[in-house]
Design a protein around this ligand. Structure first.
Ligand SMILES: [Ca+2]
Ligand SMILES: [Ca+2]
Length: 322
């Protein structure tokens, strides 16, 4: 508004003076003077217009936020994995991705032999980084976001491998402004052995979340369950001959969680891929809830291959890259 007023006043003032000089008396009295005054007035008009434009530029409102969006910063300021996957919560205030690609581990079960050395997390626009020590890689595609300790803040669940000990699981948490390790599943104990997470949920309604995974899903896969607390997680029960991954696939989404009859059955394919098995967990044991005879395509999500009852959506636990 300020710039508009100045520009208008400048034009109006010039117009009044110009009209005065056009009067017959002044022109008759001294033509040269009138000509000079015209030139001066033209300069005044131009100057007035220029002042108006300049003032308009000066008063333009500053940009609300001059930082690039978080997703662009994560992509441009870090070297990502080939999949370029970024986890984000529904409120768009928490993000996580893997960075620092490395080829120091030649296992190659996730479509290439490129794994990650670094976990990058953003919470409320603050960036946190956790770089693994020697001999460790994230053998994973995208971190999972979950509030595992009930403090209303998300933790970051990763598949972390030791190049001599094989796959394990590590959960990271922000404590006192630092991204630190909160809990872990010890590595399998043999190199080139991997595991894939099945679900994270309070399966037995005791108020503590369970973590379920399948160890060595390519060779005799063992479903294992642990309650999530800080430190090393203790396996409570296990059952063999199931699978939720095929070698070379970037589809980690071969399990579903449902809610039925006050329980939370989860489903995974069997090792021979011709059945889908539903399990419940109670009294620290796994029970077969349902057997569905169906051939499973390991390149597609399990949820897309069967009409499960009361499926619980778990976007962050369902990782597939085509
Ligand atoms: Ca939490
Ligand atoms: Ca529980």
């Amino acid at each position: 508004m300020g710039s508009y007023r100045i520009k208008t006043k400048g034009i109006a003032l010039s117009f009044v003076i110009f009209r005065g000089l056009k009067s017959p008396n002044l022109t008759y009295f001294n033509p040269n003077f009138a000509l000079e005054m015209k030139t001066i007035l033209l300069k005044i008009i131009c100057l007035s217009l220029l002042m108006g434009c300049t003032k308009e530029q000066e008063t333009a409102p500053p940009p609300i936020n001059d930082s690039p969006p978080i997703l662009i910063q994560l992509a441009e300021n870090y070297e990502q994995l080939p999949e370029k996957e970024i986890a984000k919560n529904l409120n768009y205030n928490t993000y996580a991705q893997y960075a620092m690609p490395t080829e120091e581990y030649g296992h190659g079960v996730l479509g290439d032999k490129i794994e990650a050395k670094q976990l990058v997390v953003v919470v409320d626009s603050v960036f946190y980084e956790y770089t693994l020590p020697n001999d460790y890689v994230f053998e994973d595609i995208r971190p999972r976001l979950y509030d595992v300790d009930g403090d209303s803040k998300l933790e970051f669940i990763t598949i972390r491998t030791n190049v001599f000990q094989g796959g394990g699981i590590a959960i990271y948490k922000i404590v006192a402004g630092q991204l630190i390790e909160y809990a872990y599943v010890p590595e399998i104990g043999t190199p080139n052995r991997w595991l894939n997470i099945v679900t994270i949920a309070d399966l037995d309604n005791d108020g503590i979340l369970e973590l379920v995974w399948i160890e060595t899903p390519h060779i005799g896969g063992i479903v294992k369950v642990a309650k999530i607390n800080s430190g090393a997680l203790e396996v409570l029960t296990e059952k063999a001959q199931y699978s939720n991954h095929a070698i070379g696939e970037r589809n980690l989404c071969l399990s579903v969680l449902t809610e039925q009859l006050n329980t939370k059955p989860f489903y995974v394919p069997n090792q021979s891929r011709d059945k889908i098995i539903g399990f419940t967990f109670s009294d620290n044991e796994l029970f077969t809830f349902e057997e569905i005879p169906q051939t499973v395509d390991f390149s597609k999500t399990l949820a897309s291959q069967y009409n499960f009852s009361n499926l619980i959506e778990e976007v962050d636990n369902c990782i597939i890259v085509n």
